[in-house]
Design a protein around this ligand. Structure first.
Ligand code: PBG
Length: 323
């Protein structure tokens, strides 16, 4: 076996999986106001930015060849409510960011997050009853309004990350009814109830509201794999164009099963906690930042991912471009 490993040329010839800039999606946190940039303490190197600064970032993404950006609005506390109505405000942060990006950088794909957690006073992804239980169908009505408002603003891809049952079908029918026939749906199909989302909740400001609450009644149990295939199958039948597994590294067995069993466009989200772990270890000098970053992304490709949402997208694209 070592003959083929001996030289760089033969290692390159037999390498099965490769990471390319075409695989990368950059998630960004968007603030209201102007000329605002706030560092996210639990995600060193990541900042929340107002739309004017986001446009400068977008220019860099286009220059690097990154195909798409995923938007996560940071809603001020006063705009949050029990019914999450800010989620479908045509003048909301996400809707304004979509319009600004598509106007200035039409070639950059824009993905929006469809879920209510940035807009609810309790930080849950849906509408709750008196006991705090997240109601499925009431939440779907809200998600449909939110997805339609994103599509009307010009989003290329809407990405429901809420894990309600039947939301993909409802969103697809609503888009069809409005002749929004080109809007793609990236379904967060196998989204696990993970503790790796902590830094993200700090970044969008939902962790304080969520408090000791959890999302176990709608996000998946980390012990399950068959359920992931069931979820993906349902979302595809309801009209999803792409499916996603989330988080990434601890769940690559799920990525492999989805890709092997269903052969559909499969995405993976290297989430905030994974980013934070890598960066923290690198900052301590315990791991080499660039090499573990590239290895973690390559391993997602090897597991079968067609695309990767990662906070490392810009850094990885720069390394791919300049070595
Ligand atoms: C919200 C949402 C979450 C993430 C993406 N969309 C958090 C959650 O479900 O609590 C997490 C992303 C990350 O950790 O990077 N629906």
């Amino acid at each position: 076996m070592r003959r083929m490993r001996k030289d760089d040329f033969s290692r390159r010839l037999m390498r099965e999986s490769r990471l390319s800039v075409d695989d990368l999606i950059y998630p960004v946190f968007v603030l209201g106001g102007e000329n605002r940039s706030e560092a996210v303490p639990s995600m060193p190197g990541v900042a929340r930015k107002s739309i004017d600064l986001l446009l400068r970032e977008a220019e860099e993404l286009v220059q690097l060849g990154i195909p798409a950006v995923a938007l996560f609005p940071v809603t001020p506390q006063e705009a949050k409510s029990l019914d999450a109505a800010e989620a479908w405000n045509p003048e909301g942060i996400a809707q304004r960011a979509v319009r600004a990006l598509k106007k200035n950088f039409p070639e950059l794909g824009v993905i929006t997050d469809v879920a209510l957690d940035p807009f609810t006073t309790h930080g849950q992804d849906g509408i709750i009853d008196e006991s705090g239980y997240v109601l499925n169908d009431e939440t779907i009505d809200a998600l449909v309004k939110q997805a339609v408002s994103h599509a009307e603003a010009g989003a290329d891809i809407v990405a429901p990350s809420d894990m309600m049952d039947g939301r993909v079908g409802a969103i697809r029918s609503a888009l069809e009814a409005r002749e929004l026939i080109y809007t793609r749906i990236l379904a967060y199909s196998a989204k696990y109830a993970s503790s790796y989302y902590g830094p993200f909740r700090d970044a969008v400001g939902s962790s304080g509201n969520l408090g000791k609450g959890n999302k176990f009644t709608y996000q998946m149990d980390p012990g399950n794999t068959d359920e992931a295939i069931h979820e993906v199958t349902l979302d595809l039948a309801e009209g999803a164009d792409m499916v996603m597994v989330k988080p990434g590294m601890p769940y690559l067995d799920i990525v492999r099963r989805v890709k092997s069993e269903l052969q559909v466009p499969t995405f993976v989200y290297q989430v905030s906690g994974e980013y934070a772990m890598h960066v923290a270890a690198a900052q301590n000098g315990w791991l080499d930042r660039d090499s573990v970053m590239m290895e973690s992304l390559l391993c997602m490709k090897r597991a079968g991912a067609d695309g990767i949402l990662t906070y490392f997208a810009k850094d990885a694209a720069k390394l791919l471009k300049h070595g």
